[in-house]
Write a protein that binds this ligand. Sequence first.
Ligand code: PEP
Ligand code: MN
Length: 339
Amino acid sequence: MVVVMKQGAQQKEIDKLVAQFQLQGLRVGITNGVDCTILGLVGDTSSLDMDKISMNQNIERVMRVSEPYKRANRKFHPEDTVVKAGSAHIGGGSFAVIAGPCSVESEAQIIEVARDVQTSGAALLRGGAFKPRTSPYSFQGMGVEGLDLLLEAKAATGMPIVTELMSPKHCQLFEDKVDVIQIGARNMQNFDLLKEVGKLSKPVLLKRGLSNSYEEWIMSAEYIMSEGNENIILCERGVRTFETYTRNTLDLSAIPAVKRMSHLPIVVDPSHAAGMYWMVEPLALAAVAAGADGLLIEVHNDPPHAKCDGQQSLTPEHFDRLMGKVTALVDLVGKTMVK
Ligand code: PEP
Ligand code: MN
């Protein structure tokens, strides 16, 4: 962090400030320029409050030169993190596909879809039991019963299950039953929820918020990591832009950018980005080409009658065709498809 003192700041005020920073465990490099003095703070500045510092009347400007995240930062952890979810590995060259319906609707539905997506090569099964819906009158998910049906599908196929956690009150339930805990876009900055999830042992799939920057997204991962849970998979699912044709705009730049910023694996959800089934395939292939570590794709056995997100769900047959192309492309980019 760099602190630029005001022109004419008294030496005794500068000394006071330097002593304060040193007390906080930082080394302070002092440059006396012609017009002003500049302090270079070296050490862990992640807990310093820039706004508070800049309130000092002798300070002109405060600038960060390093990122406010540490545990998620690639600078301090150059190797890719590989997240183990059940028997599947994601990251570090291992590519995994997570597939399944938006919501769990019945025993027959989830088991049928699980078997189909597994046959096509998906490594993990997704399905919402607790659904974050825009309208309180829309289907809210089957709740605990839905979780138990996911466990039945897991027993039938052996696939690890991924499902969304919305409330801290369900943390223990998810810790006991779920393989990967999804934090949805709408909860990416629910900091109390993030802190509670940070105390659990299960890997977390952290979706990017509807309008959040890369840094805000990684700071949310940092929240989880700061509580001890370092097994995080980031998920780009499209963001809000001026374009209304698609449900969201898939931000492919997030893949190389976030990979440079962080060591955490990143998967792409083309289903929620596009909001239309016919756009899922090209976006999925683009994500593989851009370096994603995996995909999250909604698949339904009867999309026209789905209780949620049918319009963006692939049929099992379409998913199977897509997986043929994804597998070839994963191989071409030098990654290994995990089953
Ligand atoms: C979902 O995965 O079904 C979901 C609700 O996703 P998002 O949080 O990205 O909207
Ligand atoms: Mn959905």
